[in-house]
Design a protein around this ligand. Structure first.
Ligand SMILES: Nc1nc2c(c(=O)[nH]1)N[C@H]1C(S)=C(S)[C@@H](COP(=O)(O)O)O[C@H]1N2
Ligand SMILES: [Mo]
Length: 231
C-alpha cells in the first residue's frame, strides 16, 4: 500500500469513528451543559473561557512526578494496543508521517491555573484511533507516560477533535519539561488527563483508573463542573 492509500484509509476510518461517537460527544458536559460554571467570554463550545475556580496565567507552570524522562527521537516509540484490530508500535518517522493537525486551545490545570489560546501541532487521537481500529466493545483508553504516569479517559472524551498528541508548541518542538517529544492534551478536561512523555495508549473494554484518579482525583475531570476530586 502506498502512502496516499494509507492516508485515505485513515481518513475513511476517521469518518466512521466520528459517526460512531458523534452523539455521545454531543452529550458530554463540556459541550452539552446548559449552565456551565465559570467566567469570561465563551469558548468555541459555548463554555466560559475561565472555568470556575480557575485563574488565567501567562506563564506555563510545570507539574510532574519529580522526574522528567529524556527520550531521544531515535529511541522514541508509541504503542497503541488493547481492544483494537490493528495494534501498532510507531517510530518517530511513522508518527510524523500521519496527518498533522494544528489547533489553538486552552489548558486548565486542577491546581487552579488556566493558560488560554495555546498553539499546538500534532496528531489527533481520533486519527490514531482510525489507524488501529478500536473494537466495538472498546469504551476507554489508559494512557501511559515514559515516567510511569497513567491517566484514563472515556472514548467520548478521548475522540474529541481537539484531543491531540502534540510535538510542537508555538512553532517550537515541545520542551522536555512540558512532556516533549510528545504529550497528549485534553482541552475540555483538566490537564492531568493529558499524559506528558506519552509512550502507550491502551484501548479498554472497561474503565481503569490512572495515577491521580487512583489517588482521589476525579475520574471524569470536568472543569465547568468544578469536578476535581472523586466523592
Ligand atoms: N507523564 C506525566 N504526564 C502528566 C503529569 C505527570 O506528572 N506525568 N502531570 C499532569 C498534570 S497534574 C498536569 S496539570 C499537566 C501539566 O503539564 P505541564 O507540566 O506541561 O504544565 O500534565 C499532566 N500530565
Ligand atoms: Mo495538574
Amino acid at each position: 500500500m502506498d502512502e496516499a492509500d494509507k492516508l485515505n484509509r485513515i481518513i475513511e476510518s476517521r469518518m466512521k469513528l466520528k459517526a460512531r461517537f458523534e452523539e455521545k460527544i454531543k452529550l458530554t458536559p463540556s459541550v452539552a451543559d446548559d449552565s456551565p460554571k465559570g467566567s469570561g467570554k465563551l469558548n468555541r463550545h459555548g463554555m466560559p473561557s475561565i472555568p470556575i475556580g480557575q485563574t488565567a496565567t501567562v506563564k506555563w507552570p510545570v507539574l510532574d512526578l519529580g522526574y522528567q524522562p529524556s527520550i531521544p527521537l531515535d529511541k522514541w516509540r508509541l504503542t497503541i494496543d488493547g481492544a483494537v484490530d490493528n495494534p501498532v508500535r510507531l517510530s518517530w518517522n511513522d508518527f510524523m508521517a500521519l496527518p498533522q493537525t494544528k489547533d489553538t486551545s486552552d489548558f486548565h490545570c486542577v491546581t487552579t491555573w488556566s493558560k488560554l489560546d495555546m498553539h499546538w501541532k500534532g496528531v489527533s487521537l481520533l486519527d490514531l484511533a482510525a489507524l488501529v481500529h478500536p473494537k466495538e466493545t472498546a469504551t476507554h483508553v489508559l494512557c501511559y507516560g515514559y515516567d510511569t504516569y497513567t491517566t484514563n479517559l472515556s472514548l467520548e472524551e478521548a475522540l474529541k477533535p481537539d484531543v491531540l498528541l502534540v510535538h510542537t508548541f508555538d512553532g517550537q518542538p515541545l520542551q522536555i519539561e512540558h512532556g516533549g517529544p510528545v504529550r497528549m492534551i485534553t482541552p475540555q478536561l483538566y490537564a492531568w488527563k493529558g499524559s506528558k512523555w506519552i509512550k502507550r495508549i491502551e484501548f479498554l473494554t472497561e474503565n481503569k483508573l490512572g495515577f491521580w484518579e487512583d489517588r482521589g482525583y476525579s475520574n471524569t475531570a470536568y472543569p465547568w463542573r468544578n469536578d476535581r476530586y472523586s466523592d
